[in-house]
Write a protein that binds this ligand. Sequence first.
Ligand code: GDG
Length: 733
Amino acid sequence: MKNNRLIIVSYRLPFAFETVNGGTIVKASSGGLVTAMKSLDFSNATEKPVWVGCADFSRRTWEKNKHLVNEDFEYVPVFLDRKIQQDFYNGFSNSVIWPLFHYFTTYVDYQEKDFVAYQKANEAVSETVAQLMKPQDIVWVHDYHFMGLPKLIREKQSDATIGFFLHIPFPSYELIRILPQKCKEYLLTGLLGADLIGFHTNDYNIHFLQSVQINLGVQHKIWKVNYQNRLIQSDAFPVGINYSLYHDSYDNADVVEERAALKKAYKDNKIIFSVDRLDYTKGVMQRLDALEAFFRKYPEWTEKLTFILVVVPSRDEILKYGERKVMIEQAVGRINGKYGTLIWRPIVYRYGSVSFPQLVALYSACDVALITPIRDGMNLVAKEFVASRKDHQGVLILSEMTGAANELSTALHINPLDENDVADKMRIALEMEPEEQARRIAIMQRRLKEYDVKKWATSFVESLLNMHSVQQIEPTPLLKSETNFSLQERYAQARSRLLLLDYDGTLVNYKTKPEQAAPPLEVINVLGRLASRRENYVVIISGRDQQTLDEWLGFLPIDMVAEHGSYIKQQGLWRRDILDDGSWKQIVSPVLIDFVTRCPGSFVEEKSHSLAWHYRSAESETGFVRSRELINTLENLLPYQLRVIDGNCVVEIKSTETDKGKVAKQLSLARPYDFVLAIGDDRTDEDMFSALTLENQYTVKVGPGTTSAAYRVEGVHEVLGLLKDFTSETVPL
Ligand code: GDG
């Protein structure tokens, strides 16, 4: 990790002060995050890692007791105003983001004041971080409490290295839609302030990228988003556990003793075990329903099975959590009353936490771990259970709605709402042969051992540093610097030049209807003059069809590329450069026509190898919203060899066989040019810019927006000015 210092930001600091016998003691948390952060190798860093989090103690308590806290990190508590803290944490974080991101839409309780508090809390934390930060530092922000933070930090320090990891699911864009516009923009643009955004699974990653595309109109390519001249990577990093800690603790003396006590207490019974925070997402009620179904279906298990249910208190100030506790306790009482006997209680219920040795003893003493969340970002309990089974025994029943289900492939997967199926799987688990149990556990253990928490944290930080180092540099404004002059000089010195010029938005301004954009005399003259120099090879490279290009420019001594590379005209002859037979149009056309009906003013243009849905003449907001829907519809519908281009007020579908980049590359290699210039304004021109990266190849983006071009001009008038300068007498030839 070279010399970088790590700054971790999470809602809680990894310790708590407790009062015991009138004195204060510190309890260090042993959660996965602490282990992960400690496992990173910062041995070369000259300073201790820093941990920033919200204080759940007073300034006075801190000043008096901070010397008690361990010295692994430098801890920086942020003291929020009480009311802000309450509305930020219980309000927006846990009564809007938490339920929404776990698909509990009816539990969302949006209040304007809570959103304001969320922003204020993020602002306060960003100020603390900014004050601490030094140039080589890496900031790693954790979780949904701080989704606004990456952007706020970036605003204060533009070249900061910032990573963000979301520990909960990122839901489908349909759910993000529910949030008021200002909230979704705040959250999404907030995250885009990072260099790297991590999720537990690929699904969450895709959901995020789709939300960015649909809500902000920002496209992504191979997990990368180009936003405000920065490149942001968004990817899956499934969190691991401290495998050896759980595995090796099997033989720890306290664990051995606790396990023996459990085995003795339940010696005639099989044990099913579960432990979770009290949270509606964890599916405890559904688990109890399934248990009831099990005793109904399989009465022969009466007096032969004990379900140890540990529920850990959590967020008890929020009404929905308090209600849940009552519901669970009523269900436990009902099942015990209904199925219990004078000598046997089916459920042993504990509301409270257990010690680490007790936890590992329960993991390793039980016959079945029953984990049934309705949604869970990952679920560490499932992984910890598997790791603890040094004896290779025990069966994991795991909800398919957890991130962990992707990795724990030999668990018995269930849908927590299907109580009959869960009951059947319980029976299968309880009756599973020891050899089969061992086979399944061994497969999962291999995975967990290899991808442990250290691997997770290290690969995240490595990707973050990598991403930061390839950040894009803002293209140089061409006409406001000396670059213009030097570009002219290089043009003048060159003996053989290739000029690749896009048409619409580059040589002529956009018109409401595409057919109105015929070239004015000024354009024809400048192209004619450029083409008359024998050193110059001028090519118009456009998305337009060949007929239109021929009609407007065919009389000039220049070559042309039509439909983004599907047709090329050289030495007066058009040739088709693509095998695509256009049969896909039959599928795509009806979709586009449907969008024309739903978006007045839009229309479909059919070209030989592409279809374009134009919405420049539609009411602008409707056009934009519909275009996002169309892109999403098409991306789910299209076969691999087609590409959707999100252009300037146009959505175009074409074959991936060719694009402007491939053609530009081909043309640039056809002769040893010593000056290649490509100018364009649209997304499709980005292919051309990415393909031309050699020293004597100059790329110019017209207008605003993210680009990989080296230079930028403001508009068509500047392009024409530049081209005229090339042909003027002042340029030494
Ligand atoms: C969030 C996401 C994601 C629980 N009770 C006791 C105890 N625990 C420990 C477990 C485990 C952790 O707490 C719970 O982790 P989970 O992953 O199961 O759930 P969340 O708290 O909701 O965590 C989740 C996670 O972040 C990480 O990214 O997996 O999806 O919701 O480590 O062992 N530990 C002890 N006594 C207890 O009573 N000692």
